[in-house]
Design a binder for this molecule. Structure first.
Ligand SMILES: Cc1ncc(COP(=O)(O)O)c(C=O)c1O
Length: 496
């Protein structure tokens, strides 16, 4: 019996129990949690306990009430978000880190894997030689960190340290309407202001028009705005389009402006040989972002930023000294894992305490290798193309944007009459309630699109086919005015 009321061991026992509950959850053979929401809320709601219930009770409630009412995101029928369900090794490595290395610091194997996995990602995705990385919680923070480096460089060039003194001049970040919406927030957090975002004209697929970027940069030479960064997309969130990285990168370089590539979702697309040429301009990048918690199948909470010059990040995110940390390290030879903090990742971003994410990425790549990830990316891209092919061949469906990566935007048009946006909104609602195919929606040129995005390791070609079948079936029924589509009698028809 140890002194603390919390159980701090017996992991084998409790993990075995948790494993059974999680495997059961992953079968996705129970109704959607929403249908039982009042039951699970009543079971969980209660006052802050004065006396603890003990681990056995917690584990029982986790297994019986919490886990079964979790998210549909890992369900292979779900193709809505770009984050996905963790693979088994990703979940296990996360747990291993949280138990054996609760911080990314110190001379530990976990810390070593932080650097090793970052260098693996860099070579896997053919990033410019010498780029160095840092993990953070996901794409939004990874972009913020990269743009922090860009801001540092731009202001230092005019003799100002923005991290020390703040920004005294209007900054400009050149992006497109298809750029992730959190880029605007990053501009705000960096003190540049949301209005620093200059939206450069894009083409019908949402790709930045390089000549428009050139024009805007030329015009800005005579304005008081300080160009901070050009943000290109290697895979837009809405439709998976890839900007012309070579042309945009060359223009950014010519104007001496930091070139940032947001590949949070799409960078792994470089592994698909058919798409490889689209990534040619990566060599121009000053910073690149990729999210292991998207296509790589890591548990949510892992993004990575790569930059050419990590010392810029150190200056951008400088922390003042902390005695409790300085005192923890010896100056001489380290002979204990806590004698030195190792690579100071905390100086390259916005987090001090952070989990050991490198071990997770290492585990994912070690398990399936480059070849395994290549297969996954190709399979998912082929699934989006399969959806597109079936949509093109079907008179009642309409392709709204041809896929580049693993997203395909289309809609049900039926006989083309009526408000198709409203119809597709209703179709989407029915799809979610039925649970056989759960895409998201987006808007393409004002038209509401059904938007499957295939990134989950569990998603296979049959899920792409099932999605098209579902949309046709539900769309036809909705067009006939049928509304009770969640009813089971409706489920057994087959439509091709
Ligand atoms: C292109 C792109 N950038 C950034 C993000 C933000 O990533 P996160 O949700 O991990 O913060 C996303 C999310 O989907 C994205 O698709």
């Amino acid at each position: 019996m140890h002194a603390d009321p919390a159980e701090c061991g017996d992991l084998a026992l409790w993990l075995a129990r948790l494993g059974i509950d999680l495997d059961r959850f992953l079968a996705f053979d129970r109704p959607d949690p929403m249908t039982r929401m009042s039951a699970w809320r009543d079971a969980l709601d209660g006052p802050m306990p004065e006396r603890g219930a003990g681990i056995a009770t917690v584990m029982r409630e986790l297994g019986e009430v919490v886990i079964p009412n979790g998210s549909q995101i890992p369900n292979p029928a779900s193709c809505a978000f770009i984050t996905t369900g963790a693979t088994t090794v990703g979940a296990l490595a996360t747990l291993a880190g949280s138990v054996a290395a609760p911080q990314r610091v110190g001379l530990t194997a976990f810390h070593f894997l932080e650097a090793l996995s970052l260098s693996w990602l860099s070579s896997l995705f053919e990033l410019p030689a010498g780029m160095e990385g840092v993990y953070s919680s996901g794409g939004s923070v990874a972009n913020l960190v990269a743009l922090g480096g860009a801001r540092q460089q731009a202001f230092e060039r005019i003799g100002i340290d923005p991290a020390r003194d703040g920004v005294c001049r209007r900054g400009r970040i050149y992006a497109t309407a298809a750029s992730h919406h959190t880029i605007r927030r990053a501009a705000a957090v960096l003190g540049l202001g949301r209005e620093a975002l200059v939206l450069v004209e894009s083409d019908a697929l949402g790709r930045m028009r390089p000549e428009a970027l050139g024009r805007v940069l030329d015009a800005d030479r005579h304005s008081d705005g300080l160009p901070v960064a050009v943000v290109a997309n290697a895979g837009t969130t809405d439709a998976g389009a890839i900007d012309d990285l070579a042309a945009i990168g060359a223009i950014a370089r010519r104007h001496g402006v930091w070139f940032h590539v947001d590949g949070a979702y799409g960078l792994p697309g470089i592994l698909d040989p058919e798409l490889r040429p689209l990534f040619d301009g990566l060599g121009f990048a000053d910073s690149v972002v990729v999210d292991p918690h998207k296509w790589l199948g890591a548990p949510v909470g892992i993004g990575a930023t790569f930059v050419r010059d990590r010392s810029l990040l150190a200056r951008a995110f400088t922390q003042t000294a902390a005695d409790y940390l300085e005192g923890a390290c010896t100056d001489g030879e380290a002979d204990h894992s806590m004698d030195a903090l190792g690579v100071p990742y905390a100086d390259f971003g916005v987090e001090l305490s952070a989990p050991s994410r490198g071990a997770v990425v290492w585990a994912l790549l070690r398990e399936i290798g480059a070849d395994g990830l290549r297969q996954r990316v190709r399979r998912h891209n082929a699934m989006a193309r399969q959806v597109a092919a079936r949509v093109r061949a079907h008179a009642e469906l309409e392709l709204l944007q041809p896929p580049t990566l693993s997203i395909c935007c289309f809609r049900f048009r039926g006989d083309g009459r009526g408000d198709l946006n409203a119809l597709n909104r209703r179709i989407h609602g029915a799809l979610l309630r039925r649970g056989r195919a759960m895409p998201s929606t987006t808007v393409i040129h004002g038209q509401l699109a059904i938007r499957p995005c295939f990134v989950g390791a569990r998603a296979e070609m049959r899920h792409a086919d099932a999605l098209v079948d579902e949309v046709v079936m539900v769309g036809r029924a909705m067009s006939r005015g049928q509304t009770d589509l969640a009813e089971s009698g409706f489920l057994d028809h087959h439509v091709s």
